[in-house]
Design a protein around this ligand. Sequence first.
Ligand code: PBG
Length: 325
Amino acid sequence: MVHRPRRNRKCEPIRRLVQETRVTVDNLIYPIFITEGKGLRIPIRSMPDIFRFSPDEALREIEACLQLGLKIFAPFPHIADQLKDKFASESWREDNVYLRTIRLVKERFPEVVLVTDVAMDPYSSDGHDGLVENGEIVNDKTLEILAKMAIAQAQAGSDIIAPSDMMDGRVGYLRQALDKEGFTNVSIMSYTAKYASAFYGPFRDALDSAPRFGDKKTYQMDPANAREALLEATLDAAEGADFLMVKPALAYLDIIRLLKDTFHLPIAAYNVSGEYAMIKAAAAQQWIDGKRAMQECLLSIRRAGATAILTYFAKEFALIEKNFH
Ligand code: PBG
């Protein structure tokens, strides 16, 4: 035999030498759930080791993560039911818990990068990402609301605006609105190919944001479609997106690869709540090795072509890396 590929696997240093893909903390964005109150760290039943933090506790959590080398965070708000309405008007109220937390974090840790969420669902009494009129999610009126939300977040200090709503034309609309207010340096990470997925369940538990009627199939994409992701990406790139995101990640690695090979923008992937919950649940039963499964999944998302990964594993991954080195 001339070729024996096993020679390059014979010991750990050689295996590392020939390793094609690595995950580092620099690739990771840590989503954190924010809720009103003080001294609160409320566990989320379907997401072991993940909490809703009151603003003061969020600061502590971020401080702990900074020590592990994580610098980029994606906060999401949990909003009390009585503050929700049809227009998600709480979302741009200057003193709401989300905007207050953004300001607190940026004051206390100016080196932190915040990726903030633009969509109506956490604040909407309908639990939809857009404005509901006669049972329909209306596109263009939603854009005006999203723009108010994005500008309020930019004013509070957001570095990257991440629209997760899947309305048509929102990247261009937000870009224009931000520029008009002088926020030309605030980036847009677009949820470009966001699929109508069963894997968002635990997130909706965390935020109490499940739709009150129907589903999200008139705006989120059909899991059957790949070419449609190219259409969405073409539009987002033309409208000025700085990152193209694929969501969920693991069942959509082909989409990550497709966008990576077709576009010049950096690709982000959202390793979503259900993907996290599955690994945690199986590991708790000792059916799989949770740590190795996590590492393998993050690696596969990188290998598929994502440079940025939003993942609930970020802190655990960083902790393991730190102990290893
Ligand atoms: C909605 C939004 C969702 C997630 C992030 N933003 C869920 C949904 O579309 O209902 C899901 C994230 C996750 O599951 O981890 N704007």
